[in-house]
Design a protein around this ligand. Structure first.
Ligand code: ZN
Length: 415
């Protein structure tokens, strides 16, 4: 997608720049060559170059494009059958992902990290303009021990396994091979299973996945490949501790997080990505297998008990939804759930922008509306500091820009 050459001035909006600074009434944002040139009160705005396009946002809120740190574009976002996904031709999985990617962008997400199922081709298709979607970072597939969260075989199936979502490895030497394998395939980050999970048939969310030595091996190899970071699927407390001690950058889900883990995470700056969107999604008793239904109901409760305490204690939180397991295009509901768990609305906005950019290692490029950064911009109806839940309705996301290009213009503001 070529960067637009015409400069754009957004004006007459409530500006929230993502840095944590207070909102600016009658704010403006000046965009040149797909990047932010200036953001602040309209009265102080530099005189725009001749030919600048002016967009009156009519009192809407100007926000940085949001960043979802945990999606699965290959998964349907409905009660899913891993068996069905596992038997689908890969090309069909990819075609099915295309409308989901557009839907995610139109929900206000300009960058997303896919933690299993999407490969480097998805990222490149967006980069080249072949597909419309958020800028993607991909993990390719989740590394998992045998019988862990990336092992979707039935208990009576002992055939070798290599599925779309998971790669199995046991012991540090197989972990070395597995992590090098996904890096070779163009992974931007590495996803590991530090505990079992809800949708894997032969484990429980409080079963340990990889042990600390396996995790440390993986994080070390990833770090040695241009500082790539490791995200750990970790739900039970034992696996959360193994993951943090093993050096991961983020604990995904973290439903049973306790003070011991919180202390360690605060000390090391480990992020929590609580994926409350999937935690709040009720399983369909008619479609989910009985074992999965029971696990889901139990772990929803565990999350409701533990996540608010982690937020209260100030663990760094980045927004991630697990859309793909939860319904696609509902990503910004996560912000409302974070506030329901005790976060301030500004804190939630930062979890979905600047903090998420920090976790993904792209804070120099996006996450705030500061001069020099990519012009990833959302214009929303209303003031999210008054009603953060409104952002969760894609109907309130009026304009979405990525690199200064308008991809959604619901009310014709940018027409
Ligand atoms: Zn996930």
């Amino acid at each position: 997608m070529p960067a637009p050459t015409t400069p754009v001035l957004l004006h007459n909006g409530l500006l929230i720049d993502g840095t944590g600074a207070g909102p600016v009434r009658d704010g403006s944002l000046l965009i040149e060559d797909g990047r932010v040139r200036w953001a602040g009160p309209s009265a102080d705005c530099p005189v725009p170059a001749e030919g600048t396009r002016r967009i009156d946002v009519r009192g809407g809120t100007i926000l940085p494009g949001f960043i979802d740190c945990h999606v699965h574009m290959a998964a349907p976002g409905t009660a899913l059958s891993h068996a069905e996904i596992a038997t689908m031709p890969r090309s069909l999985l990819t075609f099915l992902a295309a409308p989901r990617m557009r839907q995610t962008l139109e929900a206000g997400v300009t960058t997303a990290r896919d933690l299993g199922g999407a490969d480097a081709g998805h990222r490149r298709a967006v980069e080249s303009g072949l597909l419309v979607g958020p800028r993607l970072l991909v993990a390719v597939a989740m590394l998992s021990p045998t019988g862990g969260h990336g092992d979707f075989r039935a208990g009576n199936d002992d055939r070798a396994n290599d599925n779309t979502m998971g790669r199995l490895a046991d012991g540090t030497s197989e972990c070395r091979r597995a992590v090098r394998g996904v890096l070779r395939q163009g992974a931007d980050c590495v996803k590991i299973a530090a505990t079992g999970g809800v949708w894997s048939p032969t484990d429980q969310p409080d079963d340990d996945g990889f042990l600390e030595d396996e995790i440390r091996t993986i994080t070390k190899i990833a770090a040695g490949h241009r500082g790539k970071k490791v995200a750990a699927h970790a739900q039970g407390r034992g696996g959360i501790l193994n993951a943090v001690r093993g050096g991961v950058a983020s604990v995904e889900h973290g439903y049973e997080i306790d003070d011991e883990a919180i202390d360690l995470m605060l000390e090391r700056g480990t992020f929590l990505v609580p994926t409350l969107t999937t935690a709040h999604t009720d399983p369909d008793p008619k479609k989910a297998a009985p074992w999965a239904y029971a696990k889901k109901k139990h772990w929803q409760e565990v999350a409701r008990r533990h996540i608010p305490h982690a937020i209260e204690r100030g663990v760094r939180v980045a927004m991630g939804t697990d859309c793909g397991i939860a319904e696609h295009g509902t990503n910004l509901r996560e912000l409302g759930y974070l506030v329901d768990c005790g976060m301030t609305p500004m804190g939630a906005l930062r979890a979905g922008t600047a903090e998420a950019a920090e976790l993904l290692g792209i804070a120099h490029e996006t996450g705030t509306l500061e001069p020099g950064k990519r012009a990833d911009v959302v214009i929303a109806r209303g003031n999210p500091l008054d009603d953060i839940h409104a952002l969760g309705d894609p109907g309130n996301i009026l304009v979405v820009m990525k690199d200064g290009v308008v991809y959604k213009d619901a009310d014709g503001l940018a027409a």
